[in-house]
Ligand binder design. Structure first.
Ligand code: G3P
Ligand code: CA
Length: 293
């Protein structure tokens, strides 16, 4: 039964992700009965080291709909999965990703920090885990996986968007005759998203927004964002029921991050969000599962 809903949800996503204008005109009222999407934030990073294959595989096993991938670029132009611009927090090496070649980064250990930081979740398998490249993730996670990719600090990485689209085309994840919705691309950088939109309008884009006070969005901001994106993302503590309603009524999708507690997940679903990021896709799957007839 759940599988039928998933197919229906993907079908809706395909309907939704026609070139932004027409999809938005169609979408608003169709969301009620559909399954909100469950996005494994950096993989199932509450259970395994972020941006490693154990985290991605767990995210899929726990029925996350998308694997979130933060992209950085190495000195020799390779796209790798890593949240920070520096190697310090998750590899123990010191320095900027952009100052290291892929070969140097491949020698680093991207798992031990997790065992040290979360001894209660530590596993010997996490010792010595490598930093994956985007290509390796696509090859290892297979054709059925869906990816929610974030261009991180694109200002540091000239040509990152072109390299990203080249890889996505090479693996037939985007482009003509490809099912739309397998890939979503997000960024805090509107410039980065507009560049991607210019290169390929069919890719659903999500504008990330930073709020340092209760979130407010104006009609002008909504109109600007709708010119290239189909939705927005922000920290869940900044938003309110009124904010969610305004965004949904405008036809934009809304994906708050990073929601790890069930009561917060329930609250946001009650408000009508179209999905959310979580380090615990298993918990969100349970919460959503209970709501699906
Ligand atoms: O996309 C949601 C979220 O990933 C943005 O924040 O810092 O976790 O990349 P961050
Ligand atoms: Ca991210």
């Amino acid at each position: 039964m759940k599988y039928i809903y998933r197919i229906a949800a993907i079908g809706l996503f395909c309907i939704l992700f026609l070139p932004a204008e027409s999809a938005l005109a169609k979408s608003p009222s169709h969301f009620g009965p559909f399954k909100p999407i469950n996005i494994s934030h950096r993989g199932a990073s509450g259970h395994a080291p972020e941006h490693t294959f154990p985290a991605y595989e767990l995210g899929t096993i726990m029925e996350g709909d998308y694997i979130e991938i933060d992209l950085q670029m190495t000195k020799d132009g390779e796209l790798i999965a890593m949240h920070d611009e520096t190697l310090d927090r998750t590899t123990g090496e010191t320095g900027m990703v952009k100052d290291f070649t892929l070969a140097q980064i491949k020698k680093l250990d991207a798992g031990s920090w997790f065992n040290e930081t979360f001894p209660q979740k530590a596993k010997p398998d996490y010792l010595g885990l490598q930093v994956p490249t985007l290509r390796e993730i696509i090859e290892q996670m297979g054709p059925n996986a869906r990816y929610y990719i974030e261009t991180k600090s694109p200002e540091f990485y000239p040509g990152m968007e072109e390299k990203l689209l080249d890889i996505l085309h090479e693996y037939n994840l985007v482009g003509e005759n490809q099912p739309v919705g397998k890939i979503m691309i997000q960024s805090f950088s509107a410039e980065s998203l507009k560049k991607i939109h210019q290169m390929d309008e069919s890719i659903p884009l999500i504008q990330l927004l930073s709020y340092y006070a209760p979130a407010i969005i104006t009609n002008e901001e909504v109109a600007k964002i709708k010119a290239y994106a189909v939705g927005i993302g922000m920290h869940y503590t900044a938003i309110s029921p009124g904010y969610v309603k305004k965004v949904r009524d405008s036809g934009l999708l809304i994906y708050p991050y990073t929601v790890n507690e069930k009561e917060d997940m329930e609250m946001l679903l009650d408000w009508g969000v179209t999905g959310m990021f979580t380090n615990y896709p298993d918990r969100l799957n349970e919460v959503i599962g209970k709501r699906m007839p």
